[in-house]
Design a protein around this ligand. Structure first.
Ligand SMILES: [Zn+2]
Length: 268
């Protein structure tokens, strides 16, 4: 049962919408992207091959954090005017009923603005906020993993930063080893869990021509786990950068093309 998680759908669509808007690289939101990549280590961290907590997880969680902090401060200012109760803060953040953080603070007493700031620090220091971002992040990932257009946009953004990495400057030997002499990530073996995830998401069919690759009806067709943004274009070895293709479509896409499909099979 370890692969099951309870989806609370608390503001999941709200955050998914924010993330997918940011991925369009609209001029209004571009700052959030450069903010995420502001530290050089970030892109090197994302370069690690096939972490279960994918590159997209990291990005989503970061964006949620940015917006949550803003919303939190705005709420507090609003509530503080009316006399703030400790537990109302949690409710407003969706951290009580939705995410069972009620135990964290149970006082009914009125608190001061300094208390609020201390309380925020406490939420940060105890890792409570990070935990919340991670949980909401998992729900947002669940939605966005099915959106290949968003996956392409995300990996295309990361590719721009991968291209800028100066491999000769990398201190850490293991990280340096991930790159080839051209400065792109080396091809690595795709782990079974990543293949299974992509196979089930794409319903065992080629994303581009819908050929059945399940091996149930047609055993002739080989499965290709294709990098949506090719490694030679700065693509990542990340589950968010994979799609299922048949041999023919994989061959056609060879020439360092960045492509996916917006076609999905309906439920019925
Ligand atoms: Zn195909």
């Amino acid at each position: 049962m370890s692969s099951f998680f309870e989806n609370k759908y608390f503001n999941t669509y709200y955050y998914a919408n924010i993330v997918s808007n940011i991925l369009t690289r609209d001029i209004e939101t571009i700052g959030f992207i450069s903010n995420f990549f502001s530290e050089e280590e970030t892109v090197l961290y994302l370069a690690k091959p096939f972490e279960k907590r994918s590159a997209l997880h990291s990005f989503i969680q970061h964006i949620i954090g940015d917006f949550f902090e803003d919303d939190m401060n705005e709420n507090d200012q609003k509530y503080f005017k009316n006399g703030l109760y400790a537990d109302s803060v949690l409710e407003e953040y969706g951290m009580s009923d939705d995410y069972s953080f009620r135990d964290f603070i149970s006082d009914k007493k009125k608190i001061t603005y300094e208390d609020v700031e201390k309380y925020h620090d406490e939420l940060r220091l105890t890792g409570t906020l990070e935990e919340l971002y991670e949980r909401i992040g998992n729900e947002v990932f669940y939605l966005l993993f099915n959106n290949r257009k968003a996956l392409l946009q995300f990996n295309d953004i990361v590719a721009d930063y991968i291209k800028e990495v100066d491999v000769s400057e990398i201190q850490d030997y293991e990280t340096k080893e991930l790159f080839n002499e051209k400065g792109f990530l080396k091809r690595v073996r795709i782990p079974e869990w990543a293949k299974r995830a992509v196979f089930f998401r794409d319903r065992g069919k080629c994303c581009l021509c819908f050929k059945d690759l399940s091996g149930l009806l047609n055993t002739e067709s080989a499965r290709h786990y294709d990098h949506i943004v090719p490694l030679a274009q700065g693509g990542l070895n990340d589950v968010s950068n994979l799609q299922l293709l048949c041999s023919d479509c994989n061959l056609k896409k060879r020439h360092n093309q960045i492509a996916t499909s917006n076609w999905y099979q309906s439920w019925y």
